[in-house]
Write a protein that binds this ligand. Structure first.
Ligand code: HAM
Length: 418
């Protein structure tokens, strides 16, 4: 028996209302803040991610689904959305559009991780990228958008954490300090961290191993090593967040797991879980467009894990709008009635009335049960007598009341009475 690949999921009809609900909210949010939708291919040249996410990150080192296609190209199933959007920004000359270019996407994302609750090998993200403006006002607007999104869903008890990890000007001094600190504890580091110490020091702060946590907690803070430009940017960001009345906390140890960030980084987490199930994360990536061959262009963005949002909506018992139900079920008994049922169903659907029927003969009782199970409020019953006299017996399942309705008046009657 085949099963969905480990860590990947089917999204069954019963869960689709959550997806519909979130899609609607994201569309409205994008409109509110001036973002337009972009869709990029599910796979890209592997080099795109190695170059941007970083060769020494967990994503590139351990998690990418990379394959050689029949033409010999190294392709990767997208492990995140930002690099693809930046590639598209350059490829389509978006630098010549009005800046910033604000884009959003909904995309499946692939990471070969160890699956657990809220962590999958295929998950989905909504992402927002604003490319072409370096001012902290834009960072604040983006964080405001992320925060208000979760508010609009009815999610509670979330925390908003921010940090600044500086820029290529000031980061080397910070990294030197971090190295100095960690070298002293080298022997106590986990295997991965020993390698990180050699290859990518900032990633030491990402370590999730329990034994490394005291070291992460005691590490020097990046904000203490910011150059004037980054320090002013961070101050301005905090001031704008205050103006927007966003309840942020500074998390000095947060560096995010991708290499392209500079200055602002932020995450939103459910309060009780703290870091175990971040529902949104992002930050500024001023060097990324240039890294991909575009002219230097500042940018900021974030993405949110859709499955994790849905887990939280369920956990917090947030009620979401129900899926639309069919309005009527056409029940029939006998061959002659089948012909009329096909005709009536066709007519109803032509007029925009969502209609179900049985295809194989069933007892009336079984058809009523089916109608009820599908959430139909009305059943139009057609038997010999109804055919002879040109009407249907319309049963309202919520009251069990029945009345005759002329065949040629059925659409109008249903539209007016529901
Ligand atoms: P990320 O933090 O790697 O950032 O992922 C964004 C969100 O995707 C996470 O906060 C989490 O909710 C969700 N997520 C990540 N991995 C998994 C997984 N294995 N299973 C379920 N959900 C997951 C990025 O991808 C950046 N591209 C965000 C960004 C946009 N930065 C700037 N612009």
């Amino acid at each position: 028996m085949f099963q969905a690949p480990y860590g990947a999921h089917d999204i069954l009809p019963e869960d689709q209302p959550y997806w519909g609900f979130l899609n609607g909210k994201v569309g409205a949010l994008a409109h509110l803040y001036g973002y337009e939708r972009i869709d990029t291919p599910i796979f890209e040249d592997a080099g795109l991610f190695v170059r941007t996410v970083g060769a020494d990150t967990d994503i590139v080192e351990k998690e990418m689904y990379t394959f050689v296609d029949r033409g010999g190209g190294q392709m990767t199933l997208r492990p995140e959305g930002t690099a693809s959007v930046c590639r598209a920004y350059i490829e389509h000359g978006m630098a010549y559009r009005q800046q910033p270019v604000k884009l959003f996407y909904q995309a499946p994302i692939f990471r070969y991780e160890r699956p657990q609750a809220g962590r999958y090998r295929q998950h989905h993200q909504f992402g927002f990228e604003a490319i072409g403006d370096g001012d902290a006002v834009l960072d604040a607007e983006l964080i405001d958008m992320a925060w208000r999104f979760f508010g609009s869903l009815g999610l509670k008890n979330l925390t908003l954490q921010i940090n600044s990890i500086g820029c290529p000007e000031c980061r080397p001094a910070y990294l030197a300090k971090l190295r100095e600190y960690y070298v002293g504890y080298k022997d106590g580091l986990c295997g991965d961290c020993k390698i990180r110490l050699e290859k990518n020091i900032l990633r030491l702060l990402d370590c999730k191993k329990l034994d490394c946590q005291p070291l992460v907690a005691g590490a020097p803070h990046s904000v203490e090593y910011l150059c004037v430009e980054c320090a002013v940017h961070f101050e301005m960001l905090k001031s704008h967040l205050l103006t927007l009345q966003l309840p942020y906390e500074i998390n000095f140890g947060m560096v995010r797991g991708l290499d392209y960030y500079s200055k602002t980084v932020f995450e939103i987490q459910p309060e009780e879980e703290r870091g175990q199930s971040t529902i949104a994360g992002g930050g500024r990536y001023d060097g990324l467009i240039a890294e991909l061959g575009g002219k230097p262009t500042p940018a900021v963005g974030f993405a949110t894990g859709i499955e994790r949002i849905i887990l939280n909506l369920k956990k917090q018992k947030v009620t979401i709008p129900e899926a639309l139900k069919p309005l009527v079920y056409v029940a029939w008994m006998g061959d002659a009635a089948l012909r009329t049922a096909v005709e009536v169903s066709g007519e109803l659907r032509m007029n925009g009335v969502a209609t179900l029927m049985t295809y194989t003969p069933r007892s009336l009782k079984a058809q009523l049960r089916q109608a009820d199970g599908a959430g139909c409020r009305n059943v139009a019953i057609i038997g010999d007598e109804e055919i002879a006299q040109g009407f249907v017996t319309l049963r309202d399942l919520s009251t069990a009341r029945q009345e005759p309705v002329a065949l040629d008046k059925l659409t109008e009657f249903l539209q007016q009475n529901n």
